[in-house]
Design a protein. Structure first.
Length: 509
C-alpha cells in the first residue's frame, strides 16, 4: 500500500451536492414509515387479506435488506454518482407503480422494486459523502445533517403519512416520492462531481452476492415471521438456521476469493465493527419505540394520524439539535466514543421515562421530555457513527462500508419490530389473564384491554432501555479512535482496481 501527501482540491459544489444527497436519504427513510400510516386504507381499497397485509412492509424490507451489500458493491464498480441517479429514478418508477396499483400483486411488486432500488441508492448516498467531504470540520457538518435526517426522517414520515392519508388518499404516500426522486436525481446529475478514481473494477463476486442476499433475506424474514407466527414456529426456526449457514458460508467465501463482495478488512476494523454493532442495537430500540408510541397515541389516547405525527416532533427537534449542534460541533474536539457512549445513555434515560406510561399519562410532562432526551441522545450518537463508519476506509471499499451501515440498521429494525412486539404481546396477554376476574362489564373489559396494552408497551420498553445501555457499552468498549485529525491518508491497494489516489481522512489515536 502506497501513500502520498498530494491531495486534490475539494469539490466547490460539494455543499450543493449535500442538499440532493440529503433529499434522497430523506425520501428513503420516509418510505420506511410513511406507508405504515396508509396501510389500513390501502388494504381496504385493494382487498388485501389480513394475512397478506404484512407483505406490504415485508416485501420492501426483504429486498432492501437483502440487496444492500450488492448495492454498495455496484456503487464501487459503476461509480457512486451513476448508481445514485439510477437508484433515484428506479425508486420513482417503482413508487409510481405502487400509487397506481389496482391489486395486491401490483402493490407488493412495487414495494419489492422500491426496496431493490433503495438498496442501490442508500449506500451510494453515504459513500458520496465519504469521498466528497474530506476536511474534518466540513465532514462533521455534512454528517451532522445526514445523521439528523437518517435518525429523524422516520418520524417525519409519520407526519407526512398522516397528512396524505387523512386529507388526500393513500396512493399519495407513493406518489409523493416521485418529485423527491426527480429533483434529487436532476440535482445530482448536474451538481455532483465524484472525485476521480476510487472505483473498484474487480470482477463481481457472484457467490458472495448470492450467499449474502439469501442470508440477509432469510434473516430479515425470520424476524418478520417470528412477530406474526411465533419464535417456536418450525419455519421461523428453519429460516434462522438457514440464515446462519448462508452467512457463515458467505464469510468463509469472502476470506477465500480474490475480489470479495465484502472485504473482511472492512468488517474487522475495530472502530467500524463497533459502529455497526452499536448502531444495530440502537435501531432495535428506536423501531420498537416508534411502534409502541404510535399505537399508544392512536389506540389508547385516541389521536388522529396527523396529530400522532405531530406528537413525534419533539424527537425530531432533539435529533436535529443533537446531530447538528452537539455532535457536529464536538466531533472534531473529542473522540467518537465519548459522543456515542453518552449519547446512547441519554437516549436510554428518555426511554426509561417511558417505562412509566399509564393510560392517563400526560403528553406534556412525560412523553414530550422523554422524546427530547431520546432525540438529543440519538442525534448526538448517530452523527459521529455515520462519519466513523467510512473514515479511513479504502476508496474502493467506500460503497460496501456504507452499505454495512444501512444493513446494520435494517437488520436492527427487523429485530426491534419482531422482538419488542413479541415481548409486549406476551406481557399484555399475561396481564389480561391475571386481571380478567373482575372485568365483567363491557366497559371494564375495554379498560382492562387498554391497561394490558400499556403494560405490554412498558414491559417491552424496559428491554429497549437495556438494549440502549448495551449500545453505549459497545461504543465505549470497541471504539478507540481519537478525534478526527487534519492529516490525510491515501489507501491504494496494488492491483486492487483503484484508478487514482483519493484523499481519505484518518483519525488520531
Amino acid at each position: 500500500m502506497s501513500k502520498t501527501t498530494e491531495t486534490q482540491l475539494p469539490d466547490p459544489s460539494r455543499w450543493k451536492a449535500l442538499v440532493f444527497i440529503a433529499l434522497a436519504q430523506l425520501m428513503v427513510v420516509l418510505d420506511a414509515t410513511i406507508v405504515n400510516i396508509a396501510l389500513p386504507s390501502a388494504q381496504t381499497a385493494l382487498g388485501i387479506s389480513d394475512g397478506n397485509r404484512q407483505w406490504v412492509i415485508t416485501a420492501y424490507a426483504l429486498a432492501f435488506g437483502g440487496l444492500l451489500l450488492f448495492g454498495g458493491r455496484i456503487a464501487d464498480l459503476w461509480g457512486r454518482k451513476r448508481t445514485f441517479v439510477v437508484g433515484l429514478l428506479g425508486f420513482a418508477a417503482a413508487s409510481a407503480i405502487g400509487g397506481a396499483a389496482t391489486g395486491q400483486a401490483m402493490l407488493l411488486g412495487s414495494r419489492a422494486l422500491q426496496g431493490a432500488f433503495g438498496a442501490l441508492l442508500a449506500p451510494a448516498a453515504l459513500s458520496l459523502l465519504a469521498v466528497m467531504f474530506t476536511d474534518a470540520k466540513e465532514r462533521a457538518k455534512a454528517f451532522g445533517i445526514y445523521g439528523a435526517i437518517a435518525g429523524g426522517g422516520g418520524a417525519v414520515g409519520l407526519i407526512l403519512g398522516g397528512f396524505l392519508t387523512e386529507y388526500l388518499d393513500w396512493r399519495w404516500t407513493f406518489y409523493v416520492n416521485i418529485p423527491f426522486a426527480i429533483v434529487a436525481a436532476a440535482g445530482a446529475y448536474f451538481v455532483i462531481r465524484e472525485p476521480a478514481g476510487g472505483r473498484n473494477r474487480s470482477p463481481l463476486d457472484i457467490p458472495g452476492v448470492v450467499l449474502s442476499t439469501l442470508g440477509l433475506v432469510a434473516l430479515v424474514y425470520a424476524f418478520t415471521r417470528a412477530e406474526s407466527d411465533g419464535w417456536s414456529d418450525s419455519i421461523t426456526i428453519g429460516l434462522f438456521v438457514a440464515s446462519a449457514v448462508l452467512l457463515a458460508a458467505f464469510v468463509f467465501t469472502e476470506s477465500r476469493v480474490r475480489s470479495p463482495l465484502m472485504p473482511l478488512r472492512v468488517l474487522m476494523d475495530r472502530n467500524r465493527g463497533g459502529v455497526y454493532l452499536s448502531l444495530g442495537l440502537a435501531v432495535i430500540a428506536m423501531f420498537g419505540l416508534f411502534l409502541f408510541l404510535t399505537y399508544y397515541l392512536q389506540v389508547v389516547k385516541g389521536y388522529s394520524p396527523v396529530k400522532t405525527g405531530f406528537a413525534f416532533l419533539p424527537m425530531i427537534a432533539g435529533m436535529i439539535t443533537g446531530s447538528t449542534q452537539i455532535g457536529a460541533r464536538l466531533m472534531t474536539r473529542v473522540p467518537a466514543r465519548l459522543l456515542m457512549g453518552p449519547g446512547f445513555l441519554v437516549a436510554a434515560t428518555g426511554m426509561l421515562l417511558l417505562t412509566q406510561l399509564e393510560i392517563d399519562s400526560s403528553y406534556t410532562t412525560l412523553i414530550l421530555p422523554a422524546q427530547l432526551l431520546l432525540g438529543l441522545g440519538m442525534g448526538t450518537a448517530f452523527m459521529p457513527a455515520m462519519s466513523l463508519s467510512t473514515i479511513g476506509v479504502e476508496a474502493r471499499d467506500a460503497g460496501v462500508a456504507s452499505a454495512m451501515v444501512n444493513t446494520s440498521q435494517q437488520v436492527g429494525g427487523a429485530i426491534g419490530t419482531a422482538l419488542l412486539n413479541t415481548i409486549a404481546a406476551s406481557a399484555t396477554t399475561s396481564y389480561i389473564t391475571s386481571h380478567a376476574v373482575g372485568a365483567t362489564t363491557p366497559g371494564a373489559q375495554k379498560l382492562l384491554l387498554l391497561q394490558g396494552m400499556v403494560h405490554g408497551y412498558s414491559s417491552a420498553i424496559w428491554w429497549a432501555v437495556g438494549i440502549l445501555a448495551g449500545a453505549s457499552a459497545v461504543a465505549l468498549t470497541f471504539i478507540n479512535a481519537g478525534r478526527p485529525d487534519a492529516a490525510t491518508q491515501v489507501d491504494v491497494a496494488a492491483g486492487g482496481g483503484v484508478e487514482d489516489e483519493v484523499k481519505i481522512p484518518v483519525v488520531a489515536h
